[in-house]
Structures are given as structure tokens and as C-alpha cells.
Design a protein around this ligand. Structure first.
Ligand code: ADP
Ligand code: ADP
Length: 228
């Protein structure tokens, strides 16, 4: 059974359909990357699949259960997913508190935070940064902290929106290396957006090509053909 299924998804802003009836299914444990030029609808599609945005039409199902339109129900489903933004929001507090925040929102007790946060920081190689002020981190470090924060809740699905778009080549390489490690070692499904086909091919098993709000191709990474 697919972990995530979209059927005829539409997103309309004003009179314009930004996502024009997209259907797809994501298998448990796979990594799928949506590629396409700026404005193609990658972010919007990710935000729909992550239940951050309510679709104007169509449905989403998680493990075969259709997600309703009530906020309370959507929040319940959202708790099984994490989203890493292109420019992650960092709070003016320590790295530890930033990574612990989603656990606090979920009502974890203080004494239960340390082990989980420690594990997440170790996974991204940032265990020695725990007491640093998060605002003092570099772009690459910030992205790694954002990834730790997204993994601390043990999500079933991890969404990554252009995870390296704002990084220099060395930081990009490190973040890609980290994503590869997460895919190999964590028991989760990854759905990402990138404007870089080569990056999609390095990281993902399947690639979806978005153009102007439509899914033009969805195929294995090595079978994607782009007209020059
Ligand atoms: P991508 O991530 O591929 O660059 P986006 O999903 O960010 O594409 O945007 C797709 C299109 O939707 C763009 O033309 C953008 O201007 C438009 N768009 C995105 N969000 C909104 C919004 N909140 N209101 C109106 N238009 C939007
Ligand atoms: P993610 O976006 O990583 O899936 P969340 O769903 O926990 O994580 O949070 C999304 C955003 O919604 C956060 O960046 C935060 O601004 C806000 N948020 C989530 N839950 C709460 C909450 N209980 N109280 C206040 N803000 C929240």
C-alpha cells in the first residue's frame, strides 16, 4: 500500500490553477524528487502533500486513509510528517531548544527531550553545537539543524523543499551526504523538491517532472528524459 497517495490535486490562487490535477502515489521507503523550473509548482505541491495547504480540489490519503478537510484531522495526520523549508526558520535560542521545539509542541516532558534531541543532533553531526545560539550558525549548519529538528519526532515522511538552494558547493555536498545517510539509515519516505535534475538523480529513486502545474513525467531517476 502506498504511504502517500494524491488523486486529482488542484490548487487555485484567484483564477489561476497553480497545480492542475496531479495524481501520484509514493511507496513506503522510497525517495522521490520533484524537479522543474522556478514557478512550476514544486513548493506548492510539497505543501499540499504535507497538508500545510488545503487543496482546491482532489484528495490525499495516508496509508490508505483519506485525509479530511477539518483542521483537527489534518493536524493529526501532519504529526506523522516533517517539512524542511528552503530557508528554515531559526528561533533566537540555543540549537538544543530549536531541535526540541517540535517535541515541546507535541507535549513531551522536559526529561524526555535530551535523549531524542541528542540522537537527532548526532545523526546530523552537530552534537557539539547543542548550546550554541542557533542564529550564529552558517547556512549549511542551519540546514543540518533544520533536518535534525524535522527528524526528532520520528516522522514517516520527510519533505525537503530545495534543501540546498541557498548553500555554497561545499555545504551542498555535506547536506546531500547527510540526506543520503538519512535515506539509508532512517526508516522513512522522502519527498523533495529541487530545480537541479542532477541532484534529484543523485538522491532519489524516482523523479517527477513538473511544468506549469502539471506532472509531465514520473519515472525512475535514470529513465527521465528532458528535452534540451
Ligand atoms: P516552484 O516551487 O516550482 O518555484 P511554487 O509552487 O513556489 O513553484 O509556485 C508556483 C506558482 O504559484 C508561481 O507562479 C507562484 O507565483 C504561484 N504562487 C505560489 N504561492 C502563491 C500564493 N500564495 N498566492 C498566489 N500565487 C502563488
Ligand atoms: P513541520 O513543519 O516540521 O512539519 P510542525 O508541523 O510542528 O513541523 O510545524 C510547522 C510550523 O507550524 C512550525 O514552524 C511552527 O511555526 C508552527 N507550529 C506547529 N505546531 C505549533 C504549535 N503547537 N504551536 C505553535 N506553532 C506551531
Amino acid at each position: 500500500m502506498p504511504v502517500l497517495e494524491a488523486n486529482g490535486l488542484i490548487k487555485r490562487y484567484g483564477q489561476t490553477d497553480i497545480i492542475k490535477g496531479i495524481s501520484l502515489s509514493v511507496e513506503a521507503g522510497e525517495t522521490i524528487a520533484f524537479i522543474g523550473p522556478s514557478g512550476a509548482g514544486k513548493s506548492t505541491l510539497l505543501r499540499l502533500l504535507d497538508l500545510l495547504e488545503l487543496p482546491s480540489g482532489g484528495t490525499i490519503a495516508l496509508q490508505g486513509t483519506r485525509v479530511g478537510r477539518k483542521n483537527s484531522e489534518r493536524l493529526e495526520f501532519r504529526r506523522r510528517m516533517s517539512f524542511v523549508h528552503q530557508k528554515p526558520l531559526v528561533f533566537s535560542s540555543s540549537v538544543f531548544d530549536n531541535v526540541a521545539q517540535p517535541l515541546k509542541w507535541r507535549g513531551f516532558k522536559k526529561e524526555d527531550l535530551h535523549e531524542r534531541v541528542g540522537k537527532a543532533l548526532a545523526l546530523v553531526g552537530m552534537e557539539h553545537y547543542s548550546s550554541r545560539a542557533a542564529k550564529t550558525l552558517s547556512g549549511g549548519e542551519t540546514q543540518r539543524i533544520a533536518i535534525a529538528r524535522s527528524l526528532v519526532t520520528d516522522p514517516e515522511i520527510l519533505f525537503l523543499d530545495e534543501p540546498t538552494a541557498n548553500l555554497d558547493p561545499p555545504s551542498t555536498a555535506r547536506v546531500e551526504e547527510l540526506i543520503t545517510k538519512i535515506i539509508k539509515t532512517q526508516n522513512l519516505t522522502v519527498v523533495m523538491a529541487t530545480h537541479d535534475l542532477a541532484q534529484g538523480q543523485r538522491l532519489a529513486g524516482r523523479i517527477g517532472v513538473l511544468m506549469n502545474g502539471e506532472l509531465m513525467q514520473l519515472a525512475k531517476s535514470d529513465e527521465i528524459f528532458l528535452a534540451p
